[in-house]
Design a binder for this molecule. Structure first.
Ligand code: AMP
Ligand code: MG
Length: 347
């Protein structure tokens, strides 16, 4: 158990004295949780092997799963990566600071502990003002995966971050809700054609407009034992609530009928059944119904929080509606399918 320094910081009126305290923890090899625009991150000095090992310990994360290195100045990419080509410069100019991570060949200064033994490194410049001031003030590049116990949904709000991580790290900055709610897009630029290894806040459509042809790692589109995901993290069970989750897809009316039928069946067996749906359908379902939002942006923002809320309500089974894989929908369906362990029911 660690003695964790916990402090609220207002992102619109940043208290630099407090930021300095947390930056010192990072400088001295400690771990600090801080808000970003995607999800809360659990950071440590990326170039200090001992410090980054503490991240894996705090999360219980497998050590072959590499970490994203966060920087506060675009120019820092050149300190960490080799072969920063024209495509990298274009996407960095267009999407940084923001929810895009680029994978590039790494320089030897990046320890293999944080790159999971790969010869590449994943780098992102976040746009959240607290993240940027903390990284800048610490003067180090900050490795920061999502601040959850490995396998659990990523925390996107203060309450969940505290519940899960208090006493596991040296510092926690509480800075309100993360406004995107899903992790960054991971874009591999080491091959001839840019490839999305993890869909996220920057969409395929956005990237294609900027770069032309962009591929999606086939392993993230479906569960197929024969395809190995290029982003090591994508192979693990992830984002899982305690209840068993299942996605029901098909025509809208059929989905509603099917889910209500399944709720009835479960209830008869004495089970507590949760339902996750778009807000306009909330009144159409039986069971413990939670609306995910009015549109895909809101669904992304609420998804992890609702999965955690279902845990708090102690449901046994959750049925979720399915969403179109358009724009941020691609990332939503990726996280939802993984959280469900790829359990689908056709209505
Ligand atoms: P998280 O740190 O929880 O946001 O997860 C980071 C994601 O980026 C995981 O899916 C990692 O496997 C992936 N990732 C990090 N570094 C690399 C890399 N060098 N090559 C490929 N994927 C990476
Ligand atoms: Mg994560």
């Amino acid at each position: 158990m660690k003695n964790t320094l916990v402090c609220k910081i207002d992102k619109d009126n940043i208290d630099m004295e407090k930021i300095k305290e947390f930056a010192n923890i990072l400088k001295n090899g400690g771990t600090v949780i801080f808000p970003t625009e995607t999800v809360y991150g659990l950071g440590a000095n990326a170039l200090d092997e001992e410090a980054s090992k503490k991240i894996y310990e705090a999360k219980g994360r497998p050590s072959d799963n590499p970490l994203i290195v966060h920087i506060a100045d675009k120019e820092d990419v050149y300190k960490l990566a080799l072969d920063v080509d024209e495509r990298a410069k274009i996407v960095m100019d267009k999407f940084w600071p923001g929810p895009l991570t680029v994978v590039l060949k790494k320089k030897s200064i990046v320890p293999s502990t944080i790159s999971g033994g790969l010869d590449t490194v994943a780098i992102r410049m976040p746009s959240h003002p607290i993240a940027l001031s903390l990284i800048k003030e610490s003067g180090v590049a900050v490795a920061a995966p999502s601040a959850n116990i490995s396998g659990r949904p990523s925390p996107t709000d203060e309450e969940n971050v505290l519940e899960e991580m208090n006493k596991r790290v040296d510092g926690i900055i509480l800075g309100g809700n993360c406004n995107i709610g899903l992790e960054s897009t991971v874009l591999d630029l080491t091959g001839d054609i840019p490839m999305i290894l993890r869909p996220g806040g920057v969409t395929l459509e956005d990237l294609e407009k900027t770069l032309g042809k962009v591929e999606i790692d086939p392993a993230i589109l479906e569960k197929n034992e024969n395809i190995i995901a290029k982003a090591p993290g994508m192979k693990y069970t992830h984002y899982s609530p305690k209840a068993s989750l299942c996605i029901v897809f098909g025509k809208k009316e059929n989905v509603i009928d099917k889910i209500n039928f399944l709720v009835d069946e479960g209830t008869k067996k004495g089970q507590k059944i949760g339902v996750m749906c778009i807000d306009e359908n909330v009144s159409k379902y039986k069971g413990e119904v939670i609306g995910l939002g009015e549109n895909l942006g809101e669904v992304a923002f609420n998804l992890f929080k609702v999965l955690r809320e279902m845990d708090k309500r102690n449901v046994d089974i959750i049925y979720s509606e399915s969403f179109d894989k358009i724009g941020i929908g691609q990332a939503i369906m990726n996280r939802l399918s993984k959280a469900a362990g790829y359990k689908f029911i056709q209505a």
